[in-house]
Design a binder for this molecule. Structure first.
Ligand code: F6P
Length: 341
C-alpha cells in the first residue's frame, strides 16, 4: 500500500514520535510505502508532499513539533475541497491516510471517511479534550512545562508578597489548568467549565496572604467570569470558527490588584507549552498510537481512531471521537477545590 501521513491543527510534542512509529512499522513489518503531506489538510488539498521513509524518521523521536508541518486549513470550507483531496490522492497513488490531529483535523477525517476515502485517525492535543480517549499525547508535556513554571513563580511570589497569575492554554477545557494547578499547589484554579466569581477569587487570595503564603492563580485561557460581573473576552475567529484567546490573565491581574490592594503580576505561558521535547510518557503513548494506527490501516480499516482506554490502545469510530469535547467534570474540579484558599 501507499499511505499518506499528515499532522493538522496546533502542533504538540509527540507528533514526530507517532510519525516515526507509523513509518517504521509500516515499512519494516508490513512493507508499505509512505508519502508525507505537508501542513495539515493543506497538503492533500494542494498536493504538497515530501518524501517519508525510514531515513526521514531517524532521530526524530525526542524532537518537538512535526517534520511534516501543520496548519489549521479546513478543506470542508474550501470549494470542492473533498473532491480536490480525492483527485490528489488518486494522482499520487495514495490508498489510505493517517491523520494525526485534534477535534478539527479529525472532524475533517470523519467527513472524508464518510465520503469513501480510507482514513485512520490518531488523537493529538495538549488540551486533552478529545472524547473517546483517556489521554492525548502532548498533554503530559504541557502540564510538566506549566508545573515547572508554577514552581518557579512560587519563589518570586513569596519574595515580593505578590499575587502571581499563570495563564495556561485550554480554550474549552481546563485539563491543563486543573492538572498543573493541582501538581503546582495553586491557590485557586479557574477553568472554562466553571465561570468564576471574582469576589470568591479575591477571598481565596486574602486567605492565603493571611497564612503568610503568596498566592498563585492558575487560569485557563478560556476561563470566564460569571455573567454580569466583569467584561468577557473577545477575539478573531480561525478557519474552524474558534476564537483566538488570551487576555484573561491580564484582566485578573488588574481586577485582583484593584479589589485586594495586593500587587499582582500575570505570566502567560502560551506556546511554550506546545514546544520542545516530549516527556517520556508522551513519547511512549505517541509511539503506541502510531503502531496501532498502522495496524488499523494494514488491516483495511477506515473511519476509526486509535484511543487509550486504561492502559490499552483500542480503536473507536472517528464519529464517536469527534462528537463532543471531553471537558472537566464537576467532581474532578471539586477535588481541586479542597486546596483553594
Ligand atoms: O488546540 C491546541 C491549542 O494549543 C489551544 O490550547 C490553544 O487555544 C490554541 O491551540 C492556540 O492556537 P494557535 O497556535 O493557532 O494560536
Amino acid at each position: 500500500m501507499r499511505i499518506g501521513v499528515l499532522t493538522g491543527g496546533g502542533d504538540c510534542p509527540g507528533l514526530n514520535a507517532v510519525i516515526r512509529a507509523v513509518v517504521r512499522k509500516g515499512v519494516e513489518v508490513y512493507g508499505h510505502e509512505f508519502v508525507g503531506f505537508r501542513d495539515g489538510w493543506k497538503g492533500p488539498l494542494e498536493g504538497l508532499t515530501m518524501e517519508l521513509g525510514v531515513p526521514q524518521v531517524r532521530g526524530i523521536l525526542p524532537r518537538g513539533g512535526t517534520i511534516l508541518g501543520s496548519s489549521r486549513t479546513n478543506p470542508l470550507k474550501v470549494d470542492n475541497g473533498v473532491e480536490r483531496i480525492r483527485e490528489n490522492l488518486d494522482r499520487l497513488g495514495v490508498d489510505a491516510l493517517v491523520a494525526i490531529g485534534g477535534e478539527d483535523t479529525l472532524g475533517v477525517a470523519t467527513a472524508l471517511a464518510v465520503a469513501g476515502l480510507t482514513v485512520v485517525g490518531v488523537p493529538k492535543t495538549i488540551d486533552n479534550d478529545l472524547g473517546a480517549t483517556d489521554y492525548t499525547f502532548g498533554f503530559d508535556t504541557a502540564v510538566q512545562i506549566a508545573v515547572e513554571a508554577i514552581d518557579r513563580l512560587h519563589t518570586t511570589a513569596e519574595s515580593h508578597h505578590r499575587v502571581l497569575i499563570v495563564e495556561v492554554m485550554g480554550r474549552h477545557a481546563g485539563w491543563i489548568a486543573l492538572h498543573s494547578g493541582l501538581a503546582g499547589g495553586a491557590n485557586v484554579i479557574l477553568i472554562p467549565e466553571q465561570p468564576f466569581d471574582i469576589d470568591g477569587v479575591c477571598r481565596y487570595i486574602e486567605q492565603r496572604f493571611a497564612s503568610h503564603y503568596a498566592p498563585i492563580v492558575v487560569v485557563a485561557e478560556g476561563a470566564t467570569p460569571k455573567a454580569g460581573t466583569i467584561a468577557q473576552q473577545e477575539g478573531e475567529l480561525d478557519a474552524f470558527g474558534h476564537m483566538r484567546l488570551g487576555g484573561i490573565g491580564l484582566l485578573l491581574e488588574r481586577e485582583i490588584e484593584a479589589r485586594t490592594g495586593y500587587e499582582s503580576r500575570q505570566t502567560v505561558l502560551g506556546h511554550v507549552q506546545r514546544g520542545g521535547t516530549p516527556t517520556a510518557y508522551d513519547r511512549v503513548l505517541a509511539t503506541r498510537f502510531g503502531l496501532h494506527a498502522i495496524d488499523a490501516v494494514h488491516g483495511g480499516e477506515s473511519g476509526v481512531m486509535v484511543a487509550l482506554r486504561g492502559t490499552d490502545i483500542v480503536r473507536v469510530p472517528l464519529e464517536e471521537a469527534t462528537r463532543e469535547l471531553k471537558t472537566v467534570p464537576v467532581e474532578r474540579y471539586a477535588e481541586a477545590e479542597v486546596f483553594f484558599g
